[in-house]
Design a protein around this ligand. Structure first.
Ligand code: ZN
Length: 302
């Protein structure tokens, strides 16, 4: 997305650092140059989709086109959360096809914690040793679909957090109808080495504060555009430095695509909604959330 941005003396004066200027200019390659003052400045809005399942069957017909379209909209990086071992090869193949754009996570999704949980966890552990992953995710607790394996879900969550800490990796949390249960496990594991993203955050203001207290950013996606999504009522009171953008494609498409297949290309609709809620230019939302995402995924890997 090419954005014409006017570089004013005020912007230059306010920009104390390279990053400040990048944010003010909404540019990936911002530069501080007083010669620019007063002149239109064309830049490309960079966004990171911190949570997208591009490797699933829903994209089998048009995966490359979906990725190309997202890139055309300014999405320059895609972080792919794992589900279970049946998808690992697909994820590795996709990373090989797009080494500059695709970043992988490894983990066992709570809705896939079943009787074979031990083998699945062994696979996660083995992969974490063999390959470079950017996070352990998505992991957590989901009591919406099924409570049969609640104990196994809690144990798997706890175990995977410990692996993330040992590898100095962030965690990406999936939580559905299980805030108390998730917070209980986080409380037991809290510390400087616990950090990451609370994906698809749908909780209350108090839940948000509690998540932040565990060094977690809030993953904001299509739900923020829903009429009954609730988080739109208070999210602007949370500092923008605590949010990252995500789609959770192919699920949870933002308005006006609600109910259809979600795509990483729709990330700008999430950014647009945040732009309205925070009363800030979309370029600022894009730049700040990009910086936030990098601070999580690259915290120990710069
Ligand atoms: Zn997901």
């Amino acid at each position: 997305m090419a954005v014409e941005f006017k570089v004013t003396q005020e912007v230059l004066a306010a920009a104390k650092t390279q990053w400040d200027f990048d944010i003010a200019g909404g540019s990936k390659h911002g530069f501080k140059d007083t010669q620019l003052a007063g002149k239109p400045y064309f830049c490309r809005m960079k966004m990171i989709d911190t949570h997208t399942h591009l490797y699933v069957e829903a994209f089998d017909e048009d995966r490359d086109a979906a990725i190309a379209q997202a890139i055309a909209q300014g999405v320059e990086e895609f972080y792919l959360p794992a589900i279970d071992s049946t998808y690992t090869q697909r994820m590795l193949d996709l990373e090989q096809a797009y080494p500059e754009q695709i970043r992988l996570m490894m983990g066992l999704h709570p809705t896939h914690v079943k009787e074979n949980v031990a083998e699945e966890l062994a696979h996660v552990q083995e992969q974490l040793e063999q390959h470079r992953y950017y996070a352990v995710g998505e992991i957590g607790i989901d009591l919406y679909w099924d409570k049969t394996y609640i104990k196994e879900q809690q144990d798997a969550f706890d175990q995977q957090i410990k692996w993330a800490k040992a590898k100095q990796l962030p965690i990406v949390i999936h939580c559905r109808d299980a805030f108390e249960e998730v917070f209980e496990v986080l409380e037991e594991n809290k510390g400087d080495d616990l950090f990451g993203i609370f994906h698809c955050f749908t909780g209350t203001r108090a839940d948000a504060q509690r998540a932040l207290s565990y060094n977690l950013k809030l993953g904001i996606g299509g739900v923020v555009t829903f009429k009954n999504g609730k988080i739109d009522q208070f999210i602007h009171e949370i500092p923008l430095t605590e949010l990252v953008l995500e789609t959770d494609a192919p699920y949870l498409a933002p308005v006006p695509h609600r109910g259809k297949r979600n795509e990483s290309a729709y990330l700008n609709l999430v950014a647009e909604k945040l732009s309205a809620l925070y009363a800030q230019p979309i370029e600022f939302i894009a730049a700040q959330t990009t910086k936030n995402a990098q601070s999580v995924f690259l915290r120990n890997n710069f």
